[in-house]
Ligand binder design. Structure first.
Ligand SMILES: Nc1nc2c(ncn2[C@@H]2O[C@H](COP(=O)(O)OP(=O)(O)OP(=O)(O)O)[C@@H](O)[C@H]2O)c(=O)[nH]1
Ligand SMILES: [Mg+2]
Length: 240
């Protein structure tokens, strides 16, 4: 029988067929008592089929939500968070599918979430880093973080990192449907909203590996939209 644990790992996916089973296997080998939810946006490459096949050969509870006719990392997170809240998980972790987020860090997240509301895996603090990232990506990410810190007065150093742990109560303090960002800026908006509510947010160092398989989804349009979102949050945050 599959025992229900109170830790959920959410993995948003779009065309990650080559990576998804590898990451799920690594997660299960690192921490045994977790459930996994994949939120897939009807990937044409058959990611969902791969998830279902894998779920049949493991004891770990693996669920998948396939969203049809919608796309977006942010709204995929929201779908996952709502599932996590509905099913009474105490700790909800988000991870990328593309093997950039090393499951070896998971025990560190679980330790830190005991005393914090949100734990962010940070590339930009001591002992954190990026491996195989092209200089353009490093610069872009660094700049985005500086900009977000400056514009929004956020305390973290890696505000766009998607490797995070949330305690259930902190997700209950905000109205997930009001988060308007739907890309990387969703991650910044989440920190902005929770920090305003007085959440205890901490960072732990992670080493981030560049994706080896599958395609990147980041676009120029996404970057400009992200910058615009931060300005909207700064000047129109009374909406929340
Ligand atoms: N459900 C869903 N997941 C997405 C979407 N866009 C990206 N993802 C997933 O979100 C995670 C992060 O996206 P990535 O494409 O790796 O973004 P990135 O790390 O900034 O860029 P690269 O690693 O260079 O590709 C991965 O697991 C993606 O499959 C989307 O529109 N919907
Ligand atoms: Mg990636």
């Amino acid at each position: 029988m599959k025992g229900k644990s109170n830790i959920l790992i959410i993995i948003p996916t779009f065309n990650e067929r080559e990576n998804i089973s590898i990451i799920m296997k690594q997660i299960i080998e690192t921490i045994s008592n977790v459930d996994i939810l994949v939120v897939d946006d009807d990937s044409p490459d058959g990611t969902a089929k791969e998830v279902v096949s894998f779920s049949k050969v493991t004891k770990t509870k693996i669920d998948i939500i396939v969203r049809k006719g919608v796309r977006g990392l942010g709204s995929a997170y929201t779908t996952g968070f709502k599932y996590g809240l509905k099913h009474q998980y105490d700790v909800i972790i988000t991870m990328d599918a593309d093997l950039s987020h090393n499951p070896e860090h998971l025990p560190g997240f679980l330790d830190a979430i005991e005393h914090n509301d949100i734990v962010v895996g940070s590339r930009y603090i001591k002992h954190g880093g990026t491996i195989n990232w092209r200089i353009r990506r490093i610069l872009l990410s660094w700049l985005a973080n500086k900009f977000a810190r400056f514009v929004l007065g956020l305390e973290g150093h890696d505000l766009t990192s998607g490797f995070r742990a949330y305690s259930r109560p902190v997700l209950e303090t905000i109205d997930l449907d009001k988060i308007k960002s739907n890309g990387y800026s969703y991650l910044v908006e989440m920190l902005f909203l929770t920090q305003k509510k007085g959440a205890h947010i901490t960072e732990i160092p992670i080493v981030f590996y560049d994706r080896k398989m599958g395609k990147s989804k980041i676009s120029k349009q996404e970057i400009y939209r992200g910058a615009f979102t931060l300005l909207r949050l700064r000047f129109f945050s009374h909406e929340h």
